[in-house]
Each structure stands twice: as structure tokens, then as C-alpha cells.
Design a protein around this ligand. Structure first.
Ligand code: G3H
Ligand code: ZN
Length: 284
């Protein structure tokens, strides 16, 4: 297998006390920016592709771009399905050579999430593909909900233990107050809950929605034992800002290569700063 399964990357991270960054990509510029950053810092890497990214770019395009970037870099790189919500998309990615899949049944009732995740694990493990499950719901930053509702959506440590045992997932994504997109104000992460989950679960833990979490919060999460950290929004924002300011200054330029060049650099800088923060420099 060209790509490295998450299980291998994350077990090393767990043993050595750092986290591997999972960065979302949906085009050539982003893929190259992410891989360039990892190469400069000699870091392992997870290239994350959502169903939306696959629909946008086409599964063969995404795979081939990742494949060439991985080959040229010589780094241990995983090609990972992010937030897969059906067996169809999971199987499609496995068939196309992804080395890791996330089955996200977090919006389903517990028993249904367990049954589906178990099924994904049985199939994926036959061909050496790693599986990430999710328990607890990530509340959207826009959702106007009460503290009680927010707490109810968080991962229950006992249930997490049961979930991992019954499904056989290789990694578990947790909800501890983290959310996708930029946070309104300072994120309130429940680190005590994270410690309780860590104490009950043996597999690597995953933190989604890490854009906008202050560096101190990320360091604390890694110290407690988060082994994979997902970043998307901050990379997108760097892309948007670079393109917008380039066009504002150079409205006459129509060459996409000139317009997108600064965006690649800006995205790469964000990825590099995250890799440094996660502690995976030199761990390739
Ligand atoms: O699965 C993707 C991540 O959880 C990204 O979250 O966009 O808040 O960085 P973010
Ligand atoms: Zn996510």
C-alpha cells in the first residue's frame, strides 16, 4: 500500500507523545501546500478528504494528486476519508486505495452507530485499512444551544469505552466542546472529560474542529493524549485571504498560477505552524 494506514502513524504518535495533523484538501494547490509543509518539517501527515471534496474534485483526481505528492515527498502519508457517513462512500474510498476511513455515525443513536462502525471495521480491516469512529456530537459554532444541551452532546467516557470495545475502531474522535469552523469567542474545552476518556480508551484519540483553538489548548490536549488533530478552516481562510489580497493589488492579472501561488505559500505556512504545535517535526 502506497499510503500508510492511520493506525501505524497514530500508534507511534501515542507512544512518543505528539499528534499527527490531518489537513483537509480538495484541490491540487491545497494538496501541494500541505505536503510541502510536511516535507520541510520531516513530519508524518494525514491528507483528509471529505465526501464533499470527493464530489468536488473527483475521486480519481484527489487520489492521484495525493499519490504523486506522497511519492515525491518520501514521507509516511495517510490518505484518509473524513466524516464518511455511509458504507458506500467508505467502500468507494477503500476500493480506490485510501489507507484510512472515518465512519461518522455520531448523529445516529448509539446502537446504530456501534452496529455500522463495527461493519465498517470488519470490512476495512480485511484489507488493512484503518477506521476512525466518532462518539458524541460536534455542535456547530452557529448552533444556539444551552450549556446543558452542549454537555449532552459531548462524549460520555463510559460509552466511549464500550464503543471502542464493541466496534474495534482504530481511533476515536471525541466531542469535548470542540466545533467545526471558527469559534465564537474562546472555545470551552472539557479537558477533565478528555482525561476521563483517555483513561478508559486504549486507542488513539482524535480532535476535530481544531481551527481556532488557542495553542495552549492544543498543547494541553496533546499532553493528555490526543494523537490526531483535524484542521480545515484555518487553511481555507489562509487561501481566501491570500487570493483576495493578491487580486485587490493585482486586478489585471488573469493567470491562475500567479493568483494561486501566494495562496499555496500561505496555506503551507499555516500547516507548518500546526505541525510544529502538534510536536510531529522530525517524526517522519
Ligand atoms: O474534519 C475536519 C475537521 O474537524 C476540521 O475542523 O474546520 O474547524 O478546522 P476545522
Ligand atoms: Zn471534523
Amino acid at each position: 500500500m502506497l499510503f500508510v494506514p492511520n493506525k501505524l502513524l497514530l500508534e507511534k504518535a501515542m507512544a512518543e507523545g505528539y499528534a499527527v495533523g490531518a489537513f483537509n484538501t480538495n484541490n491540487l494547490e491545497t494538496t501541494r501546500a500541505i505536503v510541502r509543509a510536511a516535507r520541510e518539517l520531516d513530519s508524518p501527515l494525514i491528507l483528509a478528504t471529505s465526501e464533499g471534496a470527493i464530489n468536488y474534485a473527483g475521486i480519481n483526481n484527489l487520489k492521484t494528486m495525493a499519490e504523486i505528492a506522497a511519492q515525491e515527498s518520501g514521507l509516511p502519508i495517510s490518505l484518509h476519508l473524513d466524516h464518511g457517513t455511509s458504507l458506500e462512500i467508505v467502500m468507494r474510498c477503500i476500493r480506490h486505495g485510501w489507507s484510512s476511513v472515518m465512519y461518522d455515525g455520531s448523529k445516529l443513536p448509539f446502537e446504530e452507530n456501534v452496529a455500522n462502525a463495527r461493519q465498517v471495521v470488519e470490512l476495512a480491516h480485511l484489507v488493512g485499512v484503518s477506521v476512525e469512529g466518532e462518539l458524541g456530537r460536534l455542535v456547530g459554532v452557529e448552533d444556539n444551544i444551552s450549556v446543558t444541551e452542549r454537555e449532552a452532546a459531548m462524549t460520555d467516557p463510559d460509552q466511549a469505552q464500550e464503543f471502542v470495545k464493541r466496534t474495534g475502531v482504530d481511533a476515536l474522535a471525541v466531542a469535548i466542546g470542540n466545533a467545526h469552523g471558527f469559534y465564537k469567542g474562546e472555545p470551552q474545552l472539557d479537558f477533565i472529560r478528555l482525561e476521563q476518556i483517555r483513561a478508559r480508551v486504549e486507542v488513539p484519540l482524535v480532535l476535530h474542529g481544531a481551527s481556532g483553538i488557542p495553542d495552549e489548548g492544543i498543547r494541553r490536549a496533546v499532553k493528555i493524549g490526543v494523537d490526531k488533530i483535524n484542521i480545515d478552516t484555518e487553511v481555507r481562510a489562509a487561501f481566501q485571504k491570500a487570493v483576495a489580497s493578491f487580486l485587490a493589488e493585482n486586478p489585471q492579472v488573469i493567470d491562475p498560477r500567479k493568483i494561486l501561488g501566494p495562496a499555496i505559500k500561505a496555506m503551507s505556512e499555516v500547516v507548518k505552524s500546526k505541525i510544529e504545535l502538534f510536536g510531529s517535526v522530525g517524526k517522519a
